[in-house]
Design a binder for this molecule. Sequence first.
Ligand code: SF4
Length: 94
Amino acid sequence: MIQKNEISEKKHYKVSFDRVGCIGAAACVAVAPKFWQIVSDGKADLAGAKKLKNNEVQELELDEQDLQVMKEAAEACPVTVIHIEDKKTGKKII
Ligand code: SF4
């Protein structure tokens, strides 16, 4: 029980990637190659993410330790299609 809480509480943040709007500029890849890569259709893929709406949206839960690098990737994206939300408060971080 305690362990289960510890695991779920570690993933504080949710990344939502509006893949449909991605122009393949690859700024995210340059900043955070651990999470982002350009795939065969010329758009980015978010590693380990759930693919929703025919892959027009991808979602990933994130640890505190990866927040900063993901934030930098989101800030670098020229079309602002990477969003991060605090799961507990529902507050939009970017
Ligand atoms: S920086 Fe934005 S537009 Fe460029 S590949 Fe990444 S998500 Fe797509």
